[in-house]
Each structure stands twice: as C-alpha cells, then as structure tokens.
Design a protein around this ligand. Structure first.
Ligand code: ADP
Ligand code: ZN
Ligand code: ZN
Length: 737
C-alpha cells in the first residue's frame, strides 16, 4: 500500500488543487480512489476532499499531514474514470485539475459530509423559560439548518433532542430528493413501436455493425431526414442493450431537448431505470443520481453535454442525437471539450458502439462514416409524409414592395393563408435585438462598444444599445460621436423588429418571440415551447433556438426572414452552420398530416448552401463543402488548434503572439514536422477586442492526430506568459472569430 494519498481540494481563493496526505495505518485497508475524505488544511482546519490517487514519493522539503477521516466508504468514481479525464486534459491541452473540477461537481464533496438535519418550529407549549427563549428565536428565523441553529441559540444537541421529543420542533433530513419523472409513475409503460421497413433495414445494418467481430472503434452515423423515425430506431437498440445487461448513455444537445427525450424514454422504459443529467439539475438530485449510477442502479442516462462525465457504469451503447450541434462543445471556460470527442473515447474504454444521428451531419462525421462504411441512411419521413415545399424569394426583386422592406408579399400571403386554416407559423431571424447596426448616414460611423470592437445593437424593449459580447449598454446618442450630425439611424433586422412588424401586419394573431433576451429564467424557453405546442401561439418568432427539436404537427409554414444572415461570418464553418440551420428549421414544417411549406428570403438565391438547403439536398451540399475543406486543409483534413492571446495592452499581446509563433515554428522546423503541423499567423482576431482586451490568434492545423496535441502540449509547458497577457487554447474550436 502506498504511503500517500493525493487529495483534490477546493480552497477559496486557491481554487481546485491536489495535495498529498499521509495515509494513517488504520485507513490503509479502506482507502480507495473516489472516496470523499476529510483533511487538515492550514488555517482553514479540516476540509472535505476527494482521494484521486496514490504515491510513495514526496519531495523531501514537504511534510505531509495525515488524512483525518474517510467520510464515505462508497467511492464516487473509479480509476478508469480518472483515466478518461486525463485523456481529456491531454487532448484539450489543459490541466487535469480543471477537468476534474468540471467533471466532478465539487458540491458533491460538501454533500458527502452533510448528515445534518434541518430544524423547524412547531410549538412552545410546556417549556421552561430558557427553552421558550430558544424556540422564539427559531420561530422568528423559520426553518434552518440544525448546526446553524445550535450555534445561534448557543444550545446543545441534547437540548434540541429534548425539544424534539416534546413535539416542540421538527427535525428533518435536508433536501429530500424527488425524482422529476415521478409524474409518470402511474402511467403504464408503453410497448415499443414495430419498426417500418426503412427503420428495420437501418436497425439491421447497425446491429450487424455492432456485432461484427472486426468492429472498429469508430462511430456509426445514422443520417436520417427530420421525422424519419430515428428516435424509434434508437429505442429498439436501447432495448437490446439493456436486455443484454448493459447500460445506455443518450446525449441530446441541450437541456430542453434532453428533458423531452427523458420523458419519452420514461414512457417506454419506466421511470426507475431512467435518469437525467445536465448542468442545471439541483445538487440534491445530482448527488442522488451520481450515487445510483455508481451503484449501477440506472440503465439509461439521458442528458446534455456534461452527462458525458457522469459515472455511468458498464456502458453498452452511447447515442448522440443531433450530433451536428455546436452545443456539444464547451466554448468557455476550460476544458473546452467536445462531448462527441469525449464520448468516442468513452466508447473505446467500454468497447461499446457509439451512434451519431442527424438530419444534417457534421461534415467531419459524414466524411469519416462514409469513408469507413459506417453510414446508415433514412431518406424518407416516417409514413412517407412528404417534405415541405421550399420556395426562395429573391429580395433583390421583392424588397421594394415588402412591408418596411423586410417582409415580402409572398411571405405575408403565406402567413395569412396559414392562419386562416388555423395552422401555426414559425419565423426565423437569426439575430436578436431590434436592428443590426446603428450608423451615421452622414459620415458612415458605426456605433461600436467601447470595450469590444463590434457594433452595438439597438434593443427596443429596453430602449438602449447593447453589446452582445460584454453586455455593456448605453442610450441612443443624440448626435453622431464623430461628425456631430443628427443622422444616426438603426438599420438591419433583428427579432424585436420582426415581432413589431408582424404584430402590425397580423393584429389578431397570437404572437410570441423566443430569443436569449427574454429567457432570463431557465424554464421560460420550455414554457413558451409548450404553449406553442398546445396551440396557444399562432406565430412564433425566434433565433436558432426555435429551429431545434420542435415536433408540432400543426406547423405548416416556416419563414426565414434573412437566409443570408447565417452565412456572413468570416469563418470556415459558416456555410455548414448556415446550411444546417436552414435545413433544420425547414424540417419543422409539415410534420403532421398537413403538407408544409417553407420560405427563404435572400439576396443571394444562387449561393450553393441556400440552393442545397432549398432542395433539402445534404449530399450536394456535402460534396461542394468537402472539396473546399480539402483545398484549404481545414477539418476533416486537419484538426484546428487555436491559440488566442489577449491583453489590455495591445503591444504586449501582439508581441507574445509573435514570440510564441516564432518559437513554435522553429521547433516544428527542427523536428521536421512542418508538413504536418502548419502554423498560421499571428493575426488580429476578427473580433479585435472583447471586454477591452486586444486579441491576436495563432491557428495550428494539425495533421498528426493526437501526436500533434502532445507536441503542442509539451511546447506549451515551456511557455511562460507575461502576467498581463492571457493565453487561451481551444482545440477543435467551433469558430475562429
Ligand atoms: P426523428 O427522430 O427522425 O426526428 P422520430 O423518431 O421522432 O423522428 O419520429 C417522428 C414521429 O413518428 C414520432 O412522433 C414517432 O413517434 C413516430 N414514429 C416513428 N416511427 C414510428 C413507428 N415505427 N410506428 C409508429 N410511429 C412512429
Ligand atoms: Zn457621422
Ligand atoms: Zn462589449
């Protein structure tokens, strides 16, 4: 048995760190990785920690203290689990402790030692004077934690127990966890549907792949148009997996979709075997689910990105639905992990299949799957419901007659006809706020944020200009700050303007808007979608938030106000994102028994991504896009590693960027890998300044897989940054703006 245990602690001011502690003899038989322990820490006294490893060696000058106590003998995670986290740290070039901190909620440690109870006032009959004093204090404070009460009332546990026996107070376990799926408890579990021919074919194909002796550790891709019945195929595969005694991890891109999915799973598989995991579940719930997972009591775990770190055991199948979604990638803070990549590694550890599903697969996923013959297709909607008819309105010809230059006559007519039939409309405008720029008509000056180099956006609800990067607001300037003329004007179109215009045009319709401005409450999104689902809203206006997941059979018109808006970003993935968005939103129309239609308004009707989105033709889009990627060596032909150097001091940020690029290039040259590690830059970022920090970037195109990461990782260890320059490393970034 080793001498020391490595303890993960979370210290105020220091953050999450690991320290070594001596293992007392009496604990040597019991201590395990993953246990919550109590350790002494400087002036803070005893604190909670996790045991994350062991060692026999300690530098001489360090005197290790002893572990005080093992708080909970049941470990919360295993050694294999830590190996996965270690891989994440290496791949994403960030330190292990940061990964641990993301994966294992530190709140769990606190929960472990909370055997405490809460205390509540009941009555003060038949008490002594002193007891009544104590009870009055409690009456005034209401329900509180027992420890805190004892401290406040300067009383002892013995006194409290007497009061409890006399019926003067009530003691209860803190935070009683309730299973959110309880509402389905009385419902009968429904049988799975019989699959139709197309579903059966795909199910057999996937099954063959899964059972194949030569199965590679590569994901299978299920490319199926929206509403083709992919989810029902997953359910059949899930059933097979749990029947064989193994567990299933099922990821959805965001919380709202994960909860929809969990309900659907609960209906088919019962509430006891299913659990949900995402960043917003309560600590009590998380602790409870974590322990159940660890005891292997849950068979199907559904969740958003962070669920890839839940300690589900004995995994036999991983499914990632809507695999093309950005939301699988954490952009900030570090670790900037991508749940799809981590899931691949997880599947490798468990030697189990990973299935990706999408109607608009990520270019990289499609490339790999089609090359490796791991692709299954469902080209038709379930029951052969026809896909919606798409028309493109060329705004070059239509803008003059359009309402306020924005809502074309054909779109107005289509909305009117849809409402008359009692059916529902979705309008997509992928920009929040009222307009897109505030510009001086005399000198051309655009009002930008003082802290960030991007235009501020007028918000008609708060009557102020807002920066979408740092949140800074200011009132509309009376005159142009540059030339002093009073010719400042809002131009461009955002969700708020569309909401106003549509309300003017369709005064009798029930109209709501969904974008992140109105979603201060986490549940507001789900509430609005539910109201739309039940027919209480006629026209739903929103950003890309409304493009996903909505399965409302009464929606027969989808209008895209500006199909160009999604393509304008100077980023290599802009076309892919735009195409996905248009195709996904079009897929919301005509899902039920009524034929649907879709209208794209655009100034670039010939643009290939708009043409293929109109034809709902993924494959044509893919072949154009993959050729461009190959020509410019972008993924999947390389992996991008992005370094951003930012500082309030522009000169120092630039100088650091130059120095890093220079040193990196010379070491690459020396090692003779310059063909496989290509360094671009440094250059100024597209968004030059955010929150008053000047930004420079270096783009590395890596063509040697994980060896490239190791190379960069090693290189980075030797770099020390000046105090006032911040280095951010993003592996496989979702954009390079
Ligand atoms: P996707 O996941 O491809 O978008 P879904 O699996 O949600 O599609 O299927 C679309 C709709 O068709 C759902 O309401 C689903 O319940 C229904 N459906 C799919 N397959 C079947 C089946 N074999 N039998 C009955 N209904 C089905
Ligand atoms: Zn001006
Ligand atoms: Zn700003």
């Amino acid at each position: 048995m080793p001498k020391y245990a490595l303890a993960l602690v979370n210290i105020k001011g220091l953050g999450v760190k690991t320290f070594s502690y001596l293992i007392p003899d009496e604990m040597k038989d019991e201590i395990q990785v993953g246990q919550a322990i109590l350790v002494p820490f400087g002036r803070q006294g005893l604190i909670n920690a996790f045991c994350v490893g062991f060692s026999d060696y300690l530098p001489e000058e360090i005197k290790a203290k002893k572990i005080n106590k093992i708080l909970d003998k049941t470990p919360l995670f295993s050694l294999e689990y830590l190996k996965l986290l270690e891989w994440v740290a290496n791949y994403y070039i960030c330190d292990f402790v940061t990964v641990l901190n993301t994966a294992i909620p530190m709140k769990l440690i606190e929960k472990c030692s909370k055997t405490e109870k809460s205390i509540e006032y009941l009555s003060s009959e038949n008490t002594t004077k002193r007891q009544k004093e104590i009870l009055d204090l409690l009456k005034e404070k209401g329900k509180m934690s027992l420890i805190e009460f004892e401290r406040l009332a300067k009383t002892t546990r013995a006194t409290v127990m007497k009061l409890a026996d006399a019926g003067c107070v009530k003691l209860a376990d803190e935070e009683i966890y309730r299973n959110p799926l309880e509402i389905f408890a009385d419902q009968k579990v429904e049988p799975l549907y019989d699959l139709n021919d197309e579903q059966t074919k795909v199910y057999n194909e996937i099954n063959k792949q899964i059972k194949s002796k030569t199965r590679k550790n590569e994901p299978l891709l299920l490319y199926g148009v929206t509403a083709s019945g992919k989810t029902e195929v997953y359910f059949k595969l899930i059933k097979d997996t749990i029947d064989s005694g193994k567990n299933v991890l099922f990821l959805a891109p965001e919380i709202a979709l994960a909860s929809q999915l969990t309900k659907r799973l609960a209906r088919k598989f019962g509430i006891n075997d299913v659990a949900i995991w995402h960043s917003s579940i309560s600590d009590g719930e998380r602790y409870d689910v974590w322990q159940k997972l660890y005891k292997n009591e849950i068979k199907i775990l559904a969740g958003a990105r962070s669920a890839v770190f839940a300690p589900l055991k004995n995994i036999g199948l991983i499914i990632i639905d809507e695999e093309h979604e950005n939301a699988y990638k954490q952009t900030t803070p570090a670790p900037r992990y991508d749940a799809r990549k981590v899931a691949r590694k997880l599947a490798e550890f468990h030697n189990c299949p990973l299935i990706l599903g999408s109607a608009t697969p990520d270019i990289e996923s499609y490339y790999r799957a089609s090359n490796m013959k791991l692709l299954s297709e469902m080209p038709h909607r379930f029951n052969n419901a026809p896909v919606a008819q798409t028309s493109v309105i060329n705004m070059q010809n239509h803008s003059r007659q359009a309402y306020r230059g924005v809502i074309s006559i054909p779109l107005q007519t289509a909305i009117k006809e849809t409402l008359e039939k009692g059916q529902q409309v979705i309008l997509l405008i992928n920009r929040r706020g009222y307009s897109t720029t505030t510009q001086c008509q005399a000198c051309g000056q655009v009002i930008e944020c003082e802290n960030c180099s991007i235009p501020m956006i007028w918000h008609s609800d708060g009557m102020e200009l807002k920066c979408h990067y740092c949140g800074k607001t200011k009132s509309f300037p009376e005159v142009c700050p540059k030339c002093g003329s009073n010719a400042l004007k809002n131009s461009g179109t955002g969700t708020q303007k569309i909401e106003i215009l549509i309300k003017e045009l369709f005064a009798d319709a029930r109209i709501e808007r969904i974008d992140s401005d109105i979603l201060q409450k986490k549940t507001a999104h789900i509430e609005l979608l539910n109201r739309f689902q039940s027919g209480e809203i006629d026209i739903l206006i929103g950003t890309q938030m409304i493009a996903k997941g909505l399965d409302n059979p009464n929606v027969t018109l989808v209008g895209v106000i500006s199909a160009d808006a999604s393509f304008n970003l100077p980023d290599y993935r802009a076309s892919e994102r735009g195409f996905q968005l248009l195709t996904q939103v079009a897929g919301r129309s005509g899902r039920g028994k009524f034929l649907g239609s879709v209208i794209f308004q655009t100034y670039n009707p010939d643009f290939y991504a708009i043409e293929s989105a109109k034809a709902q033709d993924y494959k044509t889009f893919y072949s154009t896009e993959i050729a461009a990627r190959e020509e410019f060596d972008y993924p999947p032909f390389s992996q991008v590693i992005r370094l951003v150097l930012s500082s309030e001091n522009e000169f120092r940020a630039e100088k650091s960027a130059q120095e890093i690029a220079y040193r990196l290039c010379s070491i690459i040259e020396k090692q003779g890998v310059s063909e496989r590690l290509i360094v671009l830059g440094p250059s100024v970022c597209v968004i030059e300044r955010i929150q008053n920090k000047h930004r420079f970037q270096i783009i590395i195109k890596n063509k040697m897989d994980e060896k490239g990461h190791m190379f960069i990782s090693k290189f980075m260890q030797r770099i020390t940054m000046p105090k006032d320059v911040k280095l951010t490393i993003d592996v496989d970034p979702i954009d390079i703006l």
